[in-house]
Design a protein around this ligand. Sequence first.
Ligand code: ADP
Ligand code: MG
Length: 277
Amino acid sequence: AGVDPLTDTVVLPAAAPGGPSPATLEARAVSAWFGSHQVLSQVSLTMPAGEVTALIGPSGCGKSTFLRTLNRMHELIPAAQFGGEVLFEGEDIYDASWRLTDARRRIGMVFQKPNPFPAMSIYDNVVAGLRLTGARAGRREKDLLVEESLTRAGLWKEVRDRLRQPGGALSGGQQQRLCIARALAVRPRVLLMDEPCSALDPTSTRRVEETIQELAGQVTVVIVTHNMQQAARVSQQCAFFLAEQGTPGGIVEAGPTGDIFGTPKDSRTADYVAGRF
Ligand code: ADP
Ligand code: MG
């Protein structure tokens, strides 16, 4: 690892053993319930290492719920029930040998509404990512990690001279990239993003998309989006979710993004990606 002085980019060790190499995530027959209401039925999807997978589909079809099951975030919702397997490099994260903190550290998450700690400094917001998962680091290590994480999130140049200012002083788009930096600080191997641009203006959206494009190859990204152009721009694979009247949500069709948009096999996918919904 080092900083390339020409590009101001932190060079990460490439796929070092134990380092932040991207991981393959595989959902097998994932089902979910809220109380007795089943919202997902038998969803299977492989999210290949280093690729960006976009989850698309109408509101209420279970995309956010599915995303949460990928790092056990749904366990924070009292009535949520889960069935199935989620394999991280072949290991089931629901196995008793996996603790919740293991799942959170390896599989990070970014939400729709930017949620930095507003009164906390930019620096401490990034470092907070470490504390939340129980990781420890010394001062020098933290400095390096803050620079690395903000660089990877595409925010370093904008904030390098104001790291002590509160996170809440940043613009909405910058706050979202700060949240991405906070998630990256634990060097996760998968990053889950639930409509990360829905609360942002077009320019900020573009910046976050650029960040996602740069993360591809370094981290496995799973992103929920309602923006078809965005899905087409950032993802290599696309999964179309649907919950038809009175039935739980599931995947209608998944495949390479070009195929889903260009030659969808299912007429429901064709209608959705063409905006007929
Ligand atoms: P999407 O992200 O595709 O819009 P969600 O996963 O948020 O879909 O929701 C899927 C279904 O689960 C919806 O019917 C929604 O009302 C229900 N649901 C989501 N969250 C909860 C919750 N915390 N408690 C009860 N039902 C929920
Ligand atoms: Mg949602």
